[in-house]
Design a protein around this ligand. Structure first.
Ligand SMILES: Cc1cc2nc3c(=O)[nH]c(=O)nc-3n(C[C@H](O)[C@H](O)[C@H](O)COP(=O)(O)O)c2cc1C
Length: 357
């Protein structure tokens, strides 16, 4: 896949799908604005591959042909704007919304969420069904005209929870050693590959750590990345942290210090030595100088931005037009609130500033 530049819009939940998970005109508008804004590759917000994997009622879903017509409109529009787009495929795991889904959330091990609700442990049948759901969604994404897919194994969601020792206390072949904990993700990648063929782009997003109170959480990152390469991943995106760990991740809210830029760059350097695949670095990148440095120093091959592009969807064009000022994003995470409140994705801080001007 040829991209116009090295900037990627990291997957960002838009909260703009219809109540039945279909793509809406508002979502098409938001993603088209990003394509016009010059970002080389857009990755959609996490799209649920199965009904029980939904995170909220306004999340994009893809498990049925009925979802296709609106998605075909979306991909056509992005092509018209000259953009490229991957669909992020995911399962919320512990974060699944039991009220929306009418089924209890599940994860690698049973437990209670912060809100007190109960998550059950996945059976082998659940694992097989979920693997099939990812493969089917990837096939549907290809039919819908996406340039590729990204499998979400980051930020505490289902497959990230399997990788993390503190969340995965299974005693079967999916728990215990780092190799066992990666088994589910590799089976999903393998199933996706078999469904869509060797040449269709299938990237994977993983955590440098999910920062539970007891430590960084993820171990043997380079080993996981090397196995993803062996199983046919097209690219690896590296990020870190999850909602409950937000205060402990290196680029915590409101941290706009230059030294926090690219907060997972050290882990990226280690991974880069283990794989030949393109590596996408995500997390706290706001300045063009930092992105250029990460690329020049070969810490990564692409730089992914989420919050800066919520604040300024045309940021890449602005930089191309020689206005090299860093993003106006303050990393204050107010954008997460708008999505959670069901109001869709926008930069609350910027809107407030504009209203008071
Ligand atoms: C409002 C919001 C929604 C997000 N939704 C997703 C998502 O659907 N899938 C995902 O993998 N990451 C999601 N993320 C995480 C971002 O992709 C990114 O990893 C994180 O914000 C760090 O990058 P940044 O510093 O450039 O914002 C979300 C982040 C925000 C702020």
């Amino acid at each position: 896949m040829a991209l116009a530049n090295c900037f990627v819009r990291s997957a960002t939940a838009e909260g703009l799908a219809s109540g039945t998970g279909r793509c809406s005109p508002q979502l098409i508008g938001l993603l088209a604005e990003l394509a016009r804004g010059g970002v080389g590759l857009i990755i959609t917000g996490r799209t649920a591959v199965s009904p029980e994997g939904r995170e909220d009622a306004r999340q994009l879903c893809l498990w049925h042909e009925d979802h296709l017509p609106a998605l075909l409109e979306l991909t056509q529009r992005i092509r018209d704007e000259g953009g490229k787009m991957l669909m992020q495929l995911g399962h919320a795991g512990f974060f699944a919304d039991a009220a929306t889904n009418g089924a209890a959330a599940f994860g690698p091990t049973a437990g209670r969420r912060q809100n007190g609700s109960f998550c059950r442990e996945m059976t082998r049948v659940d694992i097989r069904k979920t693997t099939d759901a990812f493969a089917r969604a990837a096939l549907l994404a290809r039919e819908a005209g996406f340039d590729g897919v990204q499998i979400d194994a980051a930020r505490g969601r289902l497959m990230s929870a399997f990788l993390a020792k503190h969340a995965n206390r299974r005693r079967d072949e999916y728990g215990g050693t780092a190799e066992n904990r990666a088994r589910f993700l590799l089976e999903v990648l393998d199933a996706v590959r078999r469904a869509v063929g060797r040449d269709y782009p299938a990237a994977v997003k993983i955590d440098a750590g999910d920062f539970p109170p007891e430590g960084p959480g993820t171990e043997d990152l380079s080993g996981i990345a090397a196995r993803l390469e062996a199983f046919g991943a097209t690219a690896v995106e590296l990020t870190g942290g999850t909602d409950p760990s937000i205060a402990r991740i290196p680029a915590c809210p409101d941290d706009t210090r230059p030294e926090s830029e690219g907060c997972f760059r050290r882990e990226a350097q280690a991974i880069k030595k283990a794989i030949a695949l393109p590596l996408i670095l995500n997390g706290g990148c706001r300045a063009l100088e930092s992105a250029e440095r990460f690329l020049e120093e070969k810490i990564c091959d692409f730089v992914a931005l989420s919050r800066p592009l919520i604040c300024e969807p045309d940021l890449i064009h602005r930089w191309q037009k020689k206005d090299r000022a860093p993003s106006r994003c303050r990393s204050d995470n107010q954008c997460c609130r708008t999505v959670r409140a069901g109001k869709g994705l926008y930069c609350l801080t910027r809107r407030r500033e504009n209203q008071s001007e």
